[in-house]
Design a protein around this ligand. Sequence first.
Ligand code: FMN
Length: 185
Amino acid sequence: MKPTNDFCPQTLFLYGTYDDEGRADFGLFCWFSYIWDGELGVMACIGGNKLTRENIHKRKVFSANLVTEKLLPLADYLGNTAGHSPEKKKLNLETEEGKILPVPVLTASPVNFELEVKQFIPLLDGEVMLCAIRNVLQDDLLAKGEGASPEKLNAIAPVHTTCQRYFSWNGKSLGAWGGPMSDIG
Ligand SMILES: Cc1cc2nc3c(=O)[nH]c(=O)nc-3n(C[C@H](O)[C@H](O)[C@H](O)COP(=O)(O)O)c2cc1C
């Protein structure tokens, strides 16, 4: 077969960056995993040119916000709408400032990484970024709440993606890419 990652589910994140006007921009990303370099770090790949990539190049920092079922319609929209488009620039999302880095953090997401790029690895068309995790924010339910991790994961319901579709934490189909966004008003 040609290169494909079908049937290999991935976790989804919304990367938050500030543009030149100080506006928060969010894009949807799944090429995200972890590295070890004396401590836990993150590797992220961005393919092609997009506002998120330009903003990260200028500021060397971004947030990665875990996508949950509740966030999916918005996340799908943010992954299918270019940051340079006037409609995305008009969006008014509920964000907070990172606690350590100057990055926009999505309030509705239960897990947020504040990331600082330590190394850019340019490829033919894409780019890999190796990042230090400068801070992790978790909802109280996760960080301090009672109960074991299975119940907590069921409560936040992270979304998986593969085969160009979204899947719930327990494996239910949540629609094809570009589908859930039709649920936002
Ligand atoms: C499910 C899904 C996953 C995506 N994952 C990535 C990814 O890992 N890397 C990437 O470069 N683009 C990815 N995209 C595309 C970006 O989200 C899209 O280019 C978006 O417009 C980026 O936001 P921006 O234009 O505001 O930078 C994905 C899109 C979808 C729908």
